[in-house]
Design a binder for this molecule. Sequence first.
Ligand SMILES: Nc1ncnc2c1ncn2[C@@H]1O[C@H](COP(=O)(O)OP(=O)(O)OP(=O)(O)O)[C@@H](O)[C@H]1O
Ligand SMILES: [Mg+2]
Length: 258
Amino acid sequence: MNDTILATSGLTVRFGGLVALSELNVSISKGDVIGLIGPNGSGKTTFFNTISGLVRSSSGSIIFDGSDTTKMKVDQLASRGLARTFQRSRLCLPLSVFDNIALGAQGRLSSTLWGNIVRRSAFHAELRQLVEQIEDLLSNFDDNLARKIFDSTETLGMIDRRRVEICRALLGKPSLLLLDEPSAGMTHDETNQLMDEILAIRPKFGDPTIVIVEHEMGLIERITDHCIVLNYGQKICEGTFREVSADSAVRRAYLGQS
Ligand SMILES: Nc1ncnc2c1ncn2[C@@H]1O[C@H](COP(=O)(O)OP(=O)(O)OP(=O)(O)O)[C@@H](O)[C@H]1O
Ligand SMILES: [Mg+2]
C-alpha cells in the first residue's frame, strides 16, 4: 500500500525574477499532521497555492493521492479530496454561515437552475439535506454555532469565523487538509482550542492528513508528527519538531529575521 498522500519533485515557482519555491522535494505520509514552517516570505503560502492549483508551477511535478496533479485546476483538486483554508479569511461576511459553508458544496449538488425551477420538491429535499449536514458539521465544533447557521457571518467572533472556514474545507471530506495560519487574529488560548477541536473531530472525517502553516511554535511542537522547514523557497530541514528546532540552519534562518 502506498502511504504517501502528496509528493513533489523539483517543484519550482518563479514570479518574474523571484524564485518563490526552488526545486522542492517533499513527501507527506497519509494520516500525518505536518508543520510547514519558515520565516516570512519563505514560500509556505506559495507551496499551498501551487499544490491546490491556484498557482502554476514553473517546473517540477506534484503527485497527489497517486495521480499526477501538476497541471490540475482548483476544482479538480478539490473534488479529488484536497481542501484548504486561507491565511487571509475568504469568508463573505454579509452572507450567512450556511451560505459560506455551502459555497464549499458547489459542484456537489446535483441540481441545476432549470431543474430547481421545475423540480421544486427534489431541490428542497437536497437543500434540507445540506442544511442538516452543515448543522451537524458545526455542532462538532460548538452547538451554539450550529444554532447560528442562518446568522450573518459578520456577527460571529474570530474563533467562530475560523470554525466556519474549517467546516467549509471539511464539507467535502478531504483526504488532505491545508491550514494556512489558522491562528491569525486569535488569542493563544483560542488557537489551542480550535486545534484541539480539529484534532478531536478528525477521526469522524477519516483522519485526513493535515499540513499546517503556523508561527506559534508551541502549537507546532504539540500537534505535529513531522515538520518541513522552508527558507527562501528551499527546504532547509525536515524531521520531528525537536529535530528541526535543534538544527543550526533552521536557527540561523529564524535569527536572520528581525
Ligand atoms: N503572486 C505573487 N506574485 C509575486 N510574488 C509573490 C506572489 N506570491 C508570493 N510572492 C512572493 O513569493 C515569496 C514567498 O511568499 P509566500 O507568501 O509564499 O511566503 P510565506 O512563507 O507564506 O510568508 P508569510 O509567513 O509572510 O505568510 C515572497 O517573496 C512573496 O513576496
Ligand atoms: Mg503565508
